[in-house]
Design a protein around this ligand. Structure first.
Ligand SMILES: NC(=O)CCC(=O)C(=O)O
Length: 259
């Protein structure tokens, strides 16, 4: 499976509409790949809390419309990262969007673990509750978002639901980059799954982003790692490796608790 992770720079000087158009162009340039991934809240920035209300949009809003068209034009599965979803009652969610190659919105995932303790996302948004997987021709995706990475029980639930490739869009700060790398590799090793972890670059709301998006195999080896700046990271994945790893080193089968 050929994957591209688009590590977008979120720069407050760039209007959202311009970034949306730029992101759509980058997606279109990935024709020939099987799956393309964008980061968390790349329209406004994961830490731009002051813009959370004005930057919110419905599931048929401008970002979803542009990403649907880009997926269709490129003929790829597109995990379009996440948007600030405003539901019909006005509640806000951090919602990931997965588009099929014909542009259909195949899945949404509302971030379960909201970041910020007693401020920011944690107080401004509503949390999701649903475990979301998506069967693709080559693999089964399990969806999670950024801070979710710190909660291994979510990933175990995704694996129990059939996930083989864990997709994690993020807006992770440089200050905690060591955690990002460590936890992403840990999730790959403990769940014996590919991890596609796509972050943002640049600085927004005074928070320098880590970049360093990662493609990690089910043995925990880093197959590809981005630098700090905007970059398209590509990798070719051997999907048989998930089943082989789980067969040859059957730690998942040896679970005693929580089954
Ligand atoms: N957007 C986020 O979820 C940030 C998470 C984070 O900074 C951390 O877990 O550390």
């Amino acid at each position: 499976m050929r994957v591209s992770l688009i590590q977008l720079a979120v720069d407050p000087a760039e209007p959202t509409a311009a970034r949306r158009e730029r992101a759509a162009g980058l997606v279109r340039a990935q024709r020939g790949r099987d799956l393309v991934v964008l980061p968390e809240l790349w329209t406004i920035g994961a830490f731009a809390f002051d813009s959370f209300t004005t930057g919110s949009e419905p599931l048929n809003g401008p970002t979803a419309t542009a990403m649907s068209a880009a997926a269709r034009d490129a003929g790829v599965w597109l995990h379009a990262g996440s948007i600030l979803e405003r539901d019909p009652d006005g509640a806000l969610f951090n919602t990931s969007l997965l588009f099929a190659p014909d542009g259909t919105l195949a899945r949404t995932y509302r971030k379960i673990h909201l970041f910020g303790f007693d401020q920011g996302e944690a107080v401004l948004l509503s949390a999701g509750h649903d475990i979301v997987t998506a069967p693709l021709p080559e693999t089964v995706l399990g969806l999670a978002t950024c801070y979710d990475l710190r909660f291994p029980e979510l990933f175990r639930a995704l694996v129990d639901a059939g996930a083989q490739t864990l997709v994690i869009p993020a807006g992770w700060p440089e200050r905690r980059r060591a955690h990002w790398t460590l936890l992403a590799r840990a999730r790959a090793v403990e769940d014996q799954a590919y991890v596609l972890a796509c972050g943002t670059a640049g600085t927004h709301a005074g928070v320098q982003q880590a970049g360093h998006s990662l493609v990690i195999d089910p043995w925990g080896e880093v197959l590809a790692e981005a630098g700090p700046d905007e970059q398209v990271l590509t990798a070719d994945l051997d999907m048989d490796r998930v089943a082989r790893t789980r067969e040859e080193f059957p730690a998942l089968r040896n679970r005693v608790l929580g089954r």
